[in-house]
Write a protein that binds this ligand. Sequence first.
Ligand code: GLU
Length: 354
Amino acid sequence: MAVLCLSVAGPTPILAQQAATPTLPRVHFVATGGTISNRDGGRLTAEELAKSMPGVERYARLTFEQFANVASSELTLQQWLGLAKRINELYATDKDIAGVVVTSGTDTLEETAFFLHLTVKDPRPVVVVGSMRNPSTLGYEGAANLLEGVRVAADPAARNKGALVVLNDEINSARNVTKTDALRLQTFRSREYGQMGVVDRDRVVFFSQITQRTNERLEFDVAKLTALPRVDVIMVYQGAPGDLIKAAVDNGAKGIVIAVAGAGATSGTQNEGLAYAAEKGVFVVNSTRAGSGRIAPASGDLPGGAQVNEAQRRRRQFSIAGEDHTPVKARILLMMALTKTTDRNEIQRIFSEY
Ligand code: GLU
């Protein structure tokens, strides 16, 4: 297969185009690393991954670039910003691209995918792909997942669905998907929401649409952002000390996600920590540690809601219901909300619309 390589400046040293029928959609592949590239003796490059998919030329014209080559948890928030800016730039300047595929390690893939879900505005899809087995393991499924990701990215039906996660023949929304098992291939699940679609031998099939704001309806703009505000996640567990919340606040957190037990319980001295956060004007998002389920706004926010005292009123002023976002995703949404506003009702609106 003919491969044309071009060097470009900056964090994108390789661009290459594989020969394929020009009428096919073009898919651009951005490699960031992860198990999918973690071969014993040296990581696979974007080019090697691109060449690992026999038959890809039946579905798409492929271009690719190496953005990073690290484990997912090693990607920095600066790199997240760089990745989102790069994809927005690609879409703004290259109308020929039908879709973008990003490879990632699976450990924090759901976070990177949700960040892209909130920050890539173009209607064209971003499909995030990884693998559970590395290229040196019998049964490596990376090349198959990548090919399936390319097929989804090339499919017009994938537009306007936010970022998508494709592994193991399944398509899940970046909004809803979670890694549910440390080792199994079928780890990426959307729990009670179910998969969005499948990638079968004959075609890509979508079963559902996303109703929350995505793509052109996104209100966040990463173009001018140089950093993301610090937001920490603190877990509720029996007898938990509130001084961890205080430490987060004292170390510069602009927001805290509290992974509450059930639909809102804290424990130990955490309420003291939360009162401290409110005193300091730090927003606290409530998200359940249960793995799924919605946290609704407090009854005081509703017509005819309960009367509250001054301390409770202050807590309420800085407290946001995390809706159905898991704690790590609520953290990303709060970071993005804080890049736009410090108005509590606005942040709550954002949580109800994304
Ligand atoms: N499972 C790791 C991740 O999520 C990959 C390990 C590695 O690439 O070094 O990135």
